[in-house]
Write a protein that binds this ligand. Structure first.
Ligand code: UDP
Length: 261
């Protein structure tokens, strides 16, 4: 089975009009809600750049002003990583993690079950991967309307064609899998092409949907250890992950210095 077996329960697709509570994590915005997919479903067509925030990204943004700016300009920022959820606990806030891959799976299911189905666009990952991920979803949801599939390795000419296609077909949801921070930059730069769409940077999700990689087992997910499983799967990540203890220390220091969030 290539596409994740863990489908969101139907309740995640109920409409939700509650306003998100915006909080700050070390100066970066984060939107808190009980049901992220439902909220996005309720606000479909209003144009969102969804950033799935984690500790690694925050630490990167501290060093790269362009990334910091893009995160601050995004209009829907969800707590993807355990680090940000644990940080909020220091302030007594019990937030649920919303992994980007699960949010995207809910959006795909939502798209497929609308009448008419919403138009979905896949851009990113190695050649063949987006196509395989899309085919697996299409198999799962025959009504899914996939209007574009492009790998993440385009020449400047073919990227122009891709952008023209985006502008012509005006998808409702655009998944961009170029990794952090490239996908965030690409979305910030190009979302004007489809101003009403929901744009989501999905990192390695296509690799998982295509069956090329597997997600951490439930034990790791439930115990804030997904990072450890990724390290086991992709040991080259160790250098990137050195920032995680730094994030923890900064979080504790921030909590001591600023008792209110
Ligand atoms: N990727 C891409 N074009 C590039 C660089 C990366 O399409 O120029 C893809 C890569 O094939 C992979 C995804 O971006 O599918 C990055 O996945 P990763 O799990 O590393 O994402 P991150 O941890 O950065 O969120």
């Amino acid at each position: 089975m290539s596409v994740s077996d863990k489908f969101p329960p139907a309740s995640t697709l109920l409409r939700d009009d509650a306003m998100p509570q915006r909080v700050s994590v070390l100066g970066y915005p984060l939107d808190l809600l009980t049901n992220y997919p439902a909220w996005l479903a309720s606000h479909q067509g209003q144009g969102f750049h969804v950033v799935t925030l984690n500790a690694e990204m925050i630490m990167q943004a501290q060093k790269v002003p362009q990334l910091a700016q893009v995160i601050r300009q995004a209009n829907f920022i969800v707590p993807d990583g355990s680090g940000v959820v644990l940080y909020l606990r220091l302030y007594g806030i019990q937030a649920n993690r919303q992994p980007g891959i699960e949010l995207s799976e809910s959006l795909l299911k939502f798209a497929a079950t609308q009448n008419p189905p919403l138009r979905v666009f896949f851009y990113g990952s190695a050649p063949g991967v987006a196509a395989q991920a899309a085919a697996n979803w299409q198999h799962r949801f025959p009504n899914l309307n996939i209007v574009g599939i492009y790998s993440g390795y385009q020449t400047s000419e073919s990227e122009l064609e891709l952008k023209q296609h985006l502008a012509d077909c005006q998808p409702d949801i655009v998944f961009v899998a170029l990794g952090v921070p490239r996908q965030e930059y690409w979305i910030a730069e190009n979302r004007y092409l489809c101003p009403q769409a929901t744009w989501v940077g999905v990192g390695g999700s296509f690799d998982i949907w295509a069956g090329h990689k597997v997600r951490a087992p439930k034990f790791f997910l439930d115990n804030n250890l997904e990072w450890l499983y990724r390290l086991y799967q992709e040991p080259w990540r160790w250098r990137r992950m050195l920032v995680l203890p730094q994030f923890a220390l900064q979080g504790l220091w921030h909590r001591l210095r600023y008792p209110r969030i």
